[in-house]
Design a binder for this molecule. Sequence first.
Ligand SMILES: [Zn+2]
Length: 477
Amino acid sequence: MIDADKTRTRIARAVALAGPRPWLLGYDANGIQELVTASSRPIAMFGASATIALFDESSQRDSTIFAGGGRGVELVASEEAARARAGELAFAFRKETWGGVMATACVPYDPAAPAQSLRWLRRKLEIQKDAALPPGGAIPTTKNDICADCGTYLARHKSTRPDWQGEMVCDRCDAMANAGRDRSRHIDERIQSLVDLSPTTGPIAAVSVDGNDLGDFFDKLESLEQMAIASEAISLVFERGNEAARLKLQHPKVSLATGGDDIRLFLAWDDLLRYVSALVPAIEREADALARQGPPFDRLAGLGIGIGAVVADARLPASRLMTVAHELERKAKRLCRPSSPGKSQGPRVRSAFDFAVLTAGDASYRATEEKADGKPNDDLRPIDMAAESWSRLLHAVEALARIPTAQRAILAEIATLGEEEGSNLLRYQVARSKKDEKWRAWYAACGVDWRDPDAVWRHRPRPVHLDLVRLLPRESA
Ligand SMILES: [Zn+2]
């Protein structure tokens, strides 16, 4: 997987170069997701991603411990050298990304206590990130001068969109679209608008993925070598998992620059379940393989992920969609914590998925927002992604999809009734659908007997099931 010997040699050289009083310098791009999704044009998002990847490459030097995804750690000879290098990196990042902000921090490196030095650096960098300024750029003075792509900065270039109708864009959006055009070689990345992702102009899915408890894993690493090797290895786990899942897609996608354990992408709505179904086992498999390599990776046995996704109109701003997906990802991750609130004392959830289908005036998103308030919810989201329960859930949702729409509509009515009345109505519905047995197929798929009145109520379809019906790829819907 990782050439650990090569990494060790590299770190030993960096330590030797840094001399007797070394300092550690950490850097981390602030608001990288906002930076990449500032323009909703895929070409500009791809350009911003490529620009960050180029920055990662060009910031590599002999003293680099690791660099990737707009962040990194270096070893330097002194405090002055650390400050000078921090200034240099921040300047280069701002210049290359047209206003992107890089948070930096430096601490003395104690070779006798490397773990403490690394932890201190992490803490200090977190504080710097919180304090960092938002990205800069020329602010328009009148409404007419606002960039057509990002809606933020002063527009002074003709947009290069093929359907140009007089739109003007800012320095940054212009530069990022150009960067995207220069570096885009994959046909997938050439789509002009997120609207083009879905067949027959359906909605799109914004997806945000992150590994669980990796902060804790990194906190417990004991040396620079471990950190360098672990950073590389974890990036590889997520890269490979993502690659395996992307093979299942049937439509183009727009994937954004990330590093480490982050994945962000835009998909066609009907690719979402294909992607999620493939991603979870692929990453879990890679993590388990890595864990078998022994310390420090043994602690990654059972590493899971949180996935958040929002399915919505492709014309909404990309940055807003990704922000909602990210919020849902955090909810999914909370379910995976050892003692998450609202979770019964069952076995630990390894990976979880939370999603919202957002349409104009939709109840589904409200449901997810209500959950954020800590109210008891009846919706069963986030979903535990354990292989068996996920495939059982999809099987049940396929059965639900075969129930005629008009009959499924009764569920909305039931939701407004109390338990007794709702239960009566539902049981009546199930009993009278004798001929086609479709309701019975739903209960069979849930593993319960439709003649058991309690089970009929307890296993009634919830909003999450109805939303999943809408996401089933057409061939099985
Ligand atoms: Zn702009």
